[in-house]
Design a protein around this ligand. Structure first.
Ligand code: ADP
Length: 260
């Protein structure tokens, strides 16, 4: 479904994404993990057709994203880390506005909006978006990504900055979406936030892929020490040194099997 090959991107002279390749099948969740500045947002924007890579290729559902970004945008819902919502609109008006952009008729939008608000336990009571809580705003932003019923969802830190209950709600909702066949690519600061829902994981460090694999592959590889290894790769001190690791540059990588 998604085939990314050797994607690289610079801003000015700085390479912020370097030779990133992966595939993701329909109905899978790919988690992109990394600290601030690792290149997660840049990669998600490339996947969404919002910016172009300097080199590499990318196809989504057989469509070449780099030559036909508009076609991909129609089958994809992108959630930026900080969504700019139209604060003076009510939620139904906001969803209608985006439904019209996607060429949906009023009846379809209203019916989909009703279903999405129910699924998201969102009852805005006619309030303007500016008066909603942060968690409700995130749910509105998520509803907006789904109004045109896209096959692929690209979510930048969907649970960040939310209280634990709302964060948990969103994790469960992402599971539901995957069970309904959506393909999801999401970013997070660390694996703990998303481990339970990811089928595939890719860890970025300063624009490079340092670990990539399916969850079973990574579990088999790391077993109980995986958190320590991952923390180390991400530049944090592990409580215990992982058995069998050795330093390569400033990465601890020797237990990492490269996954094709
Ligand atoms: P992440 O989402 O992992 O925090 P980003 O993709 O946002 O990482 O950023 C990767 C690097 O690219 C950072 O060093 C950031 O400062 C830089 N960067 C991102 N956007 C721009 C931009 N529009 N212009 C210049 N540098 C940018």
């Amino acid at each position: 479904m998604i085939n990314a090959s050797h994607l690289s991107r610079k801003y000015g002279e700085a390479t912020v994404l370097h030779d990133v390749s992966f595939t993701c099948e329909e109905g899978q969740i790919l988690g992109i993990i990394g600290h601030n500045g690792a290149g997660k947002t840049t990669l998600l924007k490339i996947l969404s057709g919002l910016i172009k890579p300097d080199s590499g290729s990318l196809t989504i559902g057989g469509v070449d994203v780099l030559s036909d970004p508009m076609q991909v945008k129609c089958q994809l819902g992108y959630l930026p880390e900080e969504s700019r919502l139209y604060e003076t609109m009510t939620v139904p008006d906001y969803l209608r506005f985006f439904g019209e952009i996607y060429g949906l008729d009023r009846e379809t939008v209203d019916s989909r909006a009703g279903i999405l608000l129910a699924q998201l336990s969102l009852n805005p009571d006619g309030k303007r978006i500016g008066n909603l809580s942060k968690g409700m705003k995130r749910k509105v932003a998520i509803a907006r990504t789904l109004i045109h019923d896209p096959a692929i969802l690209v979510y930048d830190e969907p649970g960040s900055g939310l209280d634990p209950m709302t964060s948990r709600f969103i994790i469960e909702y992402l599971k539901d979406l995957r069970n309904r066949g959506k393909t999801i690519i999401l970013s997070a600061h660390n694996l703990n936030q998303v481990e339970e829902i990811c089928d595939l994981v890719m860890i970025l460090k300063q624009g490079d892929v340092v670990i990539r694999g399916t969850m079973p592959e990574l579990r088999e590889q790391f077993g109980s020490i995986r958190y320590e290894v991952w923390f180390h790769l991400l530049g944090e001190s592990p409580l215990t040194l992982p058995v069998g690791t050795e330093k390569s540059g400033n990465l601890w990588m020797s237990t990492v099997r490269s996954v094709p």
